[in-house]
Design a protein around this ligand. Structure first.
Ligand code: SF4
Length: 330
């Protein structure tokens, strides 16, 4: 791909998964790099990037859908495909002769084209495929217990063995919503990889960029010193470790405490909120009810004097068996 001169790169965003558009809003707050930096060509060596986003696009209706039709016909090469929102199980809706999620119409039958159908048509033609947000990555809130749509993540639909044209698996940038810079950095690195200027971002076994999800929230938490001394907050607004108020930071892969929320400011425990695990495959069921001490917190709360190696091994076990595993994956 790096050999052909690339005049333009498209980022084709699908927001018709089951979601709330919160991921889109989060990305508009990115500063490093910002959407404006990428679209205005401020990344050295990068040609114009065209973002096709149903919420931000100037075009509407069939003019907007035409971008997706062109991508299907191979006329928008290269493009990065982004899904926001989880993937519903259309076989359930079909039994009622309906559909859960769709955009655009088939020009022959005038039936809506489902999100699932678009994903199957476009993903194999994309240079890279990104699932933004916990809904698209793992199922998220729409996949919580008792959901009627059997909602799932994009990897559940396309398979763990899926490979994009760049030879990459689905790239998951989870969070509800994800921190905006984590997404924009991933896109920027992928664009450089499409151009042959750098390797793609390093991914973990679940397709998460390691720069953002290689550490736990606790590892970047400014309150970790209190935890090390065994001093815990007794009420909201206190400065100590929030484990006592239900914080899941020790078993949640996320860098938000380290990088902040917007332009280095914010981040869950930085601002006094216990982490509720929104980046993890087990979210929300494995972390509910929120803001409540759970059995997993007791080891640290009661036996804070134990060596870190013992607590670390208990945490790895919790991640493996509960928080880093979707309830869908038996
Ligand atoms: S991951 Fe969260 S913020 Fe993003 S679409 Fe789903 S519910 Fe909304």
């Amino acid at each position: 791909m790096g050999e052909k001169k690339i005049e333009k790169i498209y980022v084709l965003w699908m927001s018709t998964g089951l979601g709330c558009d919160g991921c889109s809003i989060s990305v508009t707050g990115a500063t490093n790099p910002s959407i404006e930096d990428v679209l205005a060509g401020r990344l050295p060596g990068v040609p114009p990037v065209v973002l096709v986003h149903p919420v931000l696009a100037v075009e509407a209706g069939e003019d907007l859908i035409e971008y997706y039709r062109k991508a299907e016909r191979g006329e928008l090469d290269p493009f990065v495909l982004v899904l926001e929102g989880s993937v519903p199980d259309e076989s359930i809706a079909e039994k009622q002769q309906g559909w859960w999620a769709a955009f655009g119409f088939d020009k022959q039958t005038y039936k809506p084209i489902t999100t699932v159908e678009w994903l199957k048509r476009l993903a194999p033609k994309a240079a890279a495929v990104i699932a933004i947000g916990t809904c698209a990555a793992w199922g998220g809130i729409p996949a919580a217990r008792n959901n009627p749509t059997n909602a799932m993540g994009l990897m559940d639909l396309l398979g763990k063995d899926f490979k994009s044209k760049l030879g990459l698996p689905i790239i998951n940038v989870p969070g509800c919503p994800p921190q905006g810079d984590n997404f924009m950095k991933t896109v920027a690195l992928l664009i450089l990889a499409v151009l042959g200027l750098s390797p793609p971002p390093e991914l973990d076994e679940l397709g998460r960029p390691v720069f953002a999800y290689g550490e736990t929230n606790r590892q970047g938490c400014p309150r970790a010193g209190f935890a090390e001394e065994g001093t815990y907050a007794q009420e909201f607004g206190a400065k100590e470790c929030l484990l006592s108020l239900g914080c899941w930071g020790p078993v949640v892969k996320c860098n938000v405490n380290r990088v902040g929320w917007i332009n280095g400011v914010g981040g869950v425990t930085n601002m006094g909120g216990p982490c509720i695990g929104c980046t993890m495959p087990g979210f929300p069921d494995a972390f509910s009810p929120f803001y409540t001490r759970q059995s997993e917190h007791m080891l640290s709360l009661r036996f804070g004097f134990l060596p870190g190696s013992i607590k670390k091994s208990a945490r790895l076990n919790t991640m493996k068996t509960k928080t880093d595993k979707s309830p869908r994956w038996k």
